[in-house]
Design a protein around this ligand. Structure first.
Ligand code: CDT
Length: 307
């Protein structure tokens, strides 16, 4: 029997500083209903989908930023989203800033099944940007100040009748992210992102943002024979322009759906989870062809060693 999942990628346009969580949740529910109308089994929202991308500002006392974080999920503001999804029988994946009861700060995504149960929580592993205030920048990317990197790694869970994994934004640029999930039989990877077009350390990359976004997700999908769903918060947010181009990528590496705007926009694809086997059972039959005995440096070494 074919294992088809209809997936909605619910791109968001900008969320300004003045927008409340309640206002954002109204937008999320609108996209959720649209996804339900399109027959989606699951809808994927972006990274930090409840607030503006606050790491663009630095505050000397981090507790002044506490209001950007969720201390529980569902929270009071997001409960209507959880309730509506359960009522409609549609799953979802939602990114948010998490502040734990013992004071840890993570960039997190939650995966919710069609019956409303929380399947898994994923905390971002690769934290980009900088730790300290860099006042000469036009805007900060202080994720390394606001979030600690998760040591929990990349899990893969059973959901929607498939093997589902998660990654967040910068994780998608690292091949290890996909391979660790590929080795757990992942069939579908869900990823939210916020990618400013202007890359301050090397502006020559600005014009390539869309190319690099597609490049990493298409190659990650193909090399691991998995579906990849990348969902942006795009558009001009507090003066910073961010990439849209949300996309759904097949295990062949082909883009099967892509957003046309940088605003709230739903794209949908009917995804056959058995398509994966054409790749994982042939060219990328890991058990037959991989050579882990010569890949030791991948896990024993972090930076480049030339001698
Ligand atoms: N949110 C996130 O991880 N963004 C980064 C921006 C580049 S690093 C400043 C990304 O990899 O898209």
């Amino acid at each position: 029997m074919a294992r088809n999942i209809t997936i909605g990628a619910a791109q968001l346009g900008p969320i300004q500083k003045s927008h409340s969580r309640e206002e954002v949740v109204v937008r999320l529910i609108k996209l959720l209903r649209q996804a339900h109308g399109a027959g989606c089994d699951v809808v994927v929202f972006p990274e930090l989908a409840l607030t503006t991308f606050f790491p663009r500002w630095f505050v000397d006392d981090i507790t002044e930023a506490d209001h950007w974080y969720e201390t529980e999920m569902p929270s009071t503001a997001t409960q209507p989203l959880f309730d509506e999804a359960k009522k409609l029988g549609i799953g979802f994946c939602l990114g948010y800033a998490e502040l734990t009861s013992d004071g840890h700060r993570f960039n997190t995504q939650v995966l919710v099944e069609k019956d409303g149960t929380i399947v898994a929580k994923y905390r971002k592993v690769h934290i980009p940007g900088h730790e300290h205030n860099e006042p000469d920048r036009p805007f900060q990317h202080a994720e390394r100040y606001y979030f600690e990197p998760s040591n929990e790694g990349f899990g893969v869970w059973s959901a929607f009748g498939a093997r589902v994994g998660m990654m967040i934004c910068n994780d998608r640029r690292w091949p290890e992210t996909y391979r660790v999930m590929g080795l757990q039989g992942v069939e579908l990877i869900l990823c939210g992102y916020n990618t400013p077009i202007h890359y301050v350390p090397d502006p020559s990359q600005d014009i390539l943002q869309g190319f690099h976004n597609a490049l990493v997700m298409q190659s990650g999908a193909y090399q691991n024979g998995t579906w990849v769903v990348g969902v942006a918060k795009g558009g001009v947010e507090e003066g910073v322009d961010s990439l849209g181009q949300s996309m759904i990528v097949a295990p062949s590496g082909q883009i099967v759906a892509q957003a046309l705007t940088t605003d709230d926009e739903l794209i949908v694809a009917h995804c056959d989870m058995d398509w994966n086997k054409r790749y994982t059972g042939t060219l990328f039959d890991f058990d037959r062809y991989r050579r882990p005995e010569v890949y030791g440096r991948i896990t024993s070494q972090r930076g480049v060693v030339t001698e």
